[in-house]
Design a protein around this ligand. Structure first.
Ligand SMILES: [Zn+2]
Length: 325
């Protein structure tokens, strides 16, 4: 199973959120779940601790920095898995071990999230507000990224549509129960961890993908938060639309042309927003940006950006400005 995870784990691990705006944010956050809150000892399935680390950082950035986002999303702080993201040969083990034939399974519960102490890693989601989640049918004979993505959306959408407290029916160690959860709002933060030796991170407009190979090179959480926040910022600032526009597309590769300037400015804007998200979430953006100098050209994702020195200096200026009275 490990190999399939290495190859395909990326594709449908969803950091739950939605693209819808939430008009009643303040009210929602003021309400609290009536369920007893117990800080759990375990917040990720065994072997999925790195997913937990990434999800925790993404959640902190998204929620603490929500004032920087025009559009916020309800967030539960859960990472889920489901059968169509795995190769057929691995599915039987996942049904036996995690009952994934009954519904999507919880990989991670973010400790600071609204479901901590209510939902546990290993739980299977059966129904939302009493409505059963659509069953996973038409499992392909081999892994199919489009089907995996569609399934991820089919799970995420009904959860993300819930802007008020709602119930989740869970299967836990063979016992069915119903819990009440209250989403919090945050910046869009669908962050996916891919099991791959490649070192890469990118944003596609809605999702952020980063690889375990890249995470392994991060010296600390500040560096990892810098990479996650930078890619989240591209999505928040809708840079994917900009990059797909004709004026930019035709000029890619000509770094001195108009396109080069547009791309470089977008990268600067992403760094600036990333720095703001990091400060609000309690990370150190200067220490985080140090990853640029430390790994340098080893990180292909940082092509078309300013020099590492200039970007680190920009983070220093940002922190200094924040300290001004
Ligand atoms: Zn970038």
């Amino acid at each position: 199973m490990a190999d399939a995870l290495l190859a395909f784990g990326l594709l449908a691990q969803i950091m739950l959120g939605s693209t819808g705006s939430m008009a009643t944010t303040g009210k929602l956050q003021a309400e609290s779940s009536t369920a007893a809150r117990v800080v759990p000892v375990t917040t990720a399935l065994p072997g999925r601790e790195e997913d937990g680390r990434v999800a925790d950082i993404a959640f902190r950035l998204a929620v603490a920095g929500s004032k920087w986002c025009e559009v916020t999303e309800p967030t539960l702080g859960l990472v889920l898995q489901h059968l169509s993201q795995f190769e057929p040969g691995d599915r039987a083990g996942l049904v036996t071990g995690y009952a994934l034939d009954r519904g999507p399974g919880v990989i991670v519960v973010v400790p600071a999230g609204p479901t901590a102490g209510i939902v546990e890693p290993g739980d299977v989601l059966l129904a939302i507000d009493g409505t059963a989640l659509p069953p996973e049918v038409d499992l392909p004979a081999r892994f199919d990224a489009r089907i995996a993505h569609a399934r991820a959306d089919a799970i995420a959408d009904p959860l993300a549509a819930k802007t008020a407290p709602f119930t989740i029916t869970l299967l836990r160690r063979g016992v069915v129960s119903t819990v009440r959860v209250t989403p919090v709002s945050g910046c869009p933060s669908y962050v996916h961890l891919a099991r791959s030796r490649q070192r890469n991170a990118y944003a596609d407009g809605r999702h952020v993908f980063l690889t375990t190979g890249l995470v392994a090179r991060m010296r600390d959480d500040d560096e990892l938060a810098f990479v996650v926040a930078h890619e989240m910022a591209h999505n928040i600032l809708r840079h994917a639309t900009l990059m797909r526009s004709d004026s930019v597309k035709h000029g890619l590769g000509h770094t001195l042309g108009t396109s080069g300037r547009i791309v470089r400015q977008a990268e600067r804007d992403a760094d600036t927003l990333a720095g703001a998200l990091m400060i609000d979430a309690g990370f150190d953006p200067v220490r985080g940006a140090a990853v640029l100098a430390r790994l340098g050209n080893d990180l292909g994702l940082f092509a078309a950006h300013d020099s590492a020195g200039r970007r680190i200096a920009a983070m220093q200026a940002l922190v200094a400005a924040q300290r001004m009275p």
